[in-house]
Each structure stands twice: as structure tokens, then as C-alpha cells.
Design a protein around this ligand. Structure first.
Ligand SMILES: O=C(O)C(=O)C[C@]1(C(=O)O)C=C[C@H](O)C=C1
Length: 407
């Protein structure tokens, strides 16, 4: 109810007769606002946004109250806090109901952050990643789990497996395949050593973008730090934009950002011109205090890295899943073809295959395949049982929702 200057509340009839503040129609000639002053139209639109925000805050907290109850229910029946099948369902329903103008990418980003907040309401989560902070893996973890969980730099891929296995982190995120370089052998080897205790619980596809980061003007750049393979991925851009610059190899793009920031700071302390830059993620720029001079300088804008989320739990079916299987075949001609043929006969599509030396006998291999479907699907379960009869060893690394979007 409106309150007049006296503080008394006005009666509905009195309000009815008070001349409402004129709201110019959308197509009215724009009243020239005083310099620096928003126009009447802009002010009215902002008032409407404020009113919508009030409703949104109420709805978000209504949703959060339900999530608190979800957390209690999960604790009483031991259901995992992070539920990728439910996350996939929430995102699918939300995006299906989106009529715009908000883009799907924006709406997904909002909901990922909303679900990150849910974790904080249900139970604080710790996510292990391969650092240093600002690495591509850190960028992928934050894009997947949002800002309301704790992150722990476990330095090496094998360290993420170890800490997930020990329960020191709830989930881990490790790179498994890059569209340029293929399979990440440290991850494949880590699965060979941990297949009993760690499962693949989800997957994340990240578009890899490299930015030139520095605290100086573009023309002042004299040396650029980064990983050798990142210099390769930006070779054409570097040769046209910075043909004479000194390229300084570093162990990681995040470390490169740290070094460039330190060199810039030392130069400024002695009054010298800072000339150090790094190629890394925009996240690394934010962490180490470097500006993005040029975003997306990679020669190929379609580089993707696929990460897997590892856990001590198994993900439930969603109807759109993948099953990753690791196996060594018998040492006889055509053994691998026989295994692949079993999936083909079962009408199961294989989306990925990779191999690593088996490690015990020379020229024997451990194979990794991704089959479309969940291990609980009858056709998949039957095919896997048949494949086992042609393998020395077979481990199901995990069944999990297929990643349908690139973050
Ligand atoms: O429904 C659940 O299991 C929740 O934990 C809630 C919720 C959500 O915010 O919608 C949060 C986290 C997810 O992994 C899935 C969904």
C-alpha cells in the first residue's frame, strides 16, 4: 500500500484518483534528457527491471529453500551431493523452456552458477584439479562447478586420482583428450592404476582459447612466456603480430602468467619499461593481475579439450550416456576387431578409441573405448559380457551423461 508523506497509508480510492506519473509510450518522441541524466523512458525501464529483480530474488530463495531440503534428504539416504543425471535434466528442461531473448549459453551459465550455490547449501564440495591456479584445467573446473565450491590444486594428474581415491576431494577433473594432440597419456595411465577405486562420473568439453596477457601496451611487449605447445597453437598470430619477440618456454601457461606478472612488477619497481607478456587463460590474467591485450589468439579457434570428472561413485542413467571401457585383448590375431565387432553387432556406436602400452609385455596394448549408452542398458550389459570373453582384463571406467555443450 502506498505511503504518503505523512507516513499514513493512503486508501485505495485516494490512490485511484491520484494522477499516476506519466509513463511515455515506447514510441513517444524521446524527451532529450539533461546531459548526464537518464531519459524518462530509461528510468521507467529500470524501475521495471527493479521490480522483476525483486520477484527473481524471491523465486531464487524459494528454490534455494527446496535445495536445503534436498540436501537433508540426501544426507539421510546417502545420495551423492553432485548428481550429474539431475544436473543434465535441470539444464535440459531449462533450455527447452527458454523463449529468449536470453541466449542458451547465458542461461546455462546462470544455472551452472545456481547449482554451484546449491552445493554450498547442501554440503561444501572440494574439487581437485591440475594447477597451477589459472591453468586450462582450473578454467574447466570453474566453468563446470562454478564459484561456490572449493578448489584444490593437486599439481599432477596422478595426484587428482590419488586424492579422489582417498576421499580428500569429492570430485576431480582431469583432461583425457585434446582435439589437436589426441589422448592425454598421463590420464589413460592413471586409469590403468586406479580403475578399481575411481570411476568416470561426468565429462566436460572446453573450447581452448589463448589470450595475450600483460601489464603493458601491446607495442611494449618484448618477451612472451608460455608452454611450447601453446606457442605452436598461436604460431601464425605470433609471426604476424610479434615476429621478433623473444619466446620464453614455461612449464604451464598459468606459470607463464605468474612469471610475466612478476617481471612486470619488478620492471615498474625500478622505473623500467615492462615488456613481459604471457599466453594463457583469461582466468590466469585475473588471478595474477594481468590485462588481456588480445583474446583468442589461437590459430585454430576450434581446439577442444575433453575433461572427465572422476569420483568414487557411479552416475545414474539419463538416457543420453556414454560408457568408457578399458581392456586388454587376448594375444591373438583379430582380437581387437572381434571386440569392436561385438559392439557393432549390438548396434552400439563407439565414439572414441585410444590405446596405451599395456606395460607388462612389449607390443601389447591397453585399449580405451567410449560406447554410447549406459552400462545398465540391457544391450550394453550383454555386449560387455560378450567382450569380456575375448579380453584378458576389462574395466568399466564409468557410465555418465554425454556432454552436449561446449563450455
Ligand atoms: O536435485 C538435486 O540432486 C540437487 O542437488 C539440486 C541441484 C539443483 O540445484 O537443481 C543441484 C546440484 C545438482 O547436481 C543437481 C541439482
Amino acid at each position: 500500500m502506498a505511503t504518503r508523506k505523512t507516513g499514513k497509508k493512503s486508501s485505495p480510492s485516494a490512490r485511484k484518483h491520484r494522477a499516476a506519473e506519466p509513463v511515455p509510450p515506447a514510441d513517444a518522441p524521446r524527451q532529450p534528457a539533461r546531459p548526464g541524466e537518464p531519459s524518462a523512458r530509461l528510468q521507467e525501464l529500470r524501475r521495471k527491471i527493479d521490480a522483476v529483480d525483486q520477484r527473481l530474488v524471491r523465486l531464487l530463495n524459494e528454490r534455494a529453500s527446496l535445495v536445503v531440503e534436498v540436501g537433508k534428504a540426501k544426507r539421510s539416504d546417502g545420495t551423492p551431493i553432485y548428481a550429474p543425471h539431475r544436473e543434465a535434466e535441470v539444464l535440459r528442461k531449462v533450455l527447452a523452456s527458454n523463449q529468449g531473448p536470453l541466449s542458451e549459453r547465458s542461461l546455462e551459465g546462470i544455472y551452472r552458477e545456481l547449482m554451484s550455490g546449491s552445493f554450498a547449501l547442501e554440503q561444501p564440495l572440494r574439487i581437485g584439479f591440475v594447477g597451477p591456479p589459472g591453468s586450462q584445467s582450473n578454467d574447466a573446473a570453474v566453468k563446470q562447478f562454478g564459484s561456490s565450491v572449493d578448489y584444490e590444486d593437486l599439481h599432477e594428474i596422478v595426484g587428482v586420482f590419488t586424492e579422489v581415491r582417498r576421499g580428500h576431494v569429492n570430485y576431480g577433473l582431469v583432461p583425457i583428450e585434446n582435439s589437436l594432440g589426441g589422448g592425454i597419456m598421463e590420464t589413460l595411465d592413471a586409469f590403468k592404476a586406479n580403475a578399481h577405486q575411481v570411476s568416470i562420473y561426468g565429462e566436460v568439453q572446453i573450447a581452448i582459447h589463448h589470450a595475450l596477457l600483460a601489464n603493458c601496451q601491446p607495442r611494449q611487449v618484448r618477451r612472451i612466456h608460455s608452454k611450447p605447445e601453446i606457442f605452436q597453437q598461436c604460431r601464425n598470430w605470433l609471426s604476424t603480430q610479434y615476429p621478433g619477440v623473444e619466446l620464453m618456454p614455461s612449464a604451464s601457461s598459468a606459470r607463464a602468467a605468474q612469471i610475466a606478472a612478476d617481471e612486470c612488477r619488478k620492471a615498474l619497481e625500478i622505473g623500467a619499461e615492462p615488456g613481459s607478456a604471457a599466453i594463457g587463460t583469461a582466468l590466469a590474467g585475473r588471478i595474477y593481475g594481468l590485462n588481456v591485450l588480445f583474446p583468442r589468439i589461437e590459430d585454430d579457434p576450434n581446439i577442444l579439450t575433453r575433461f572427465v570428472i572422476i569420483a568414487r561413485q557411479q552416475a545414474r542413467p539419463t538416457g543420453d550416456d556414454k560408457t568408457s571401457i578399458m581392456f586388454t585383448t587376448e594375444d591373438k590375431p583379430g582380437a581387437l576387431a572381434t571386440v569392436l565387432g561385438i559392439f557393432q553387432e549390438a548396434g552400439i556406436n563407439l565414439s572414441h578409441i585410444d590405446k596405451r602400452p599395456q606395460g607388462r609385455e612389449r607390443w601389447t596394448y591397453t585399449f580405451f573405448v567410449d560406447a554410447l549408452g549406459h552400462r545398465e542398458d540391457p544391450a550394453m550389459a550383454a555386449a560387455i559380457e560378450k567382450v569380456k570373453t575375448h579380453c584378458r582384463e576389462l574395466f568399466i571406467l564409468g557410465s555418465y551423461p554425454r556432454s552436449r555443450r561446449i563450455l
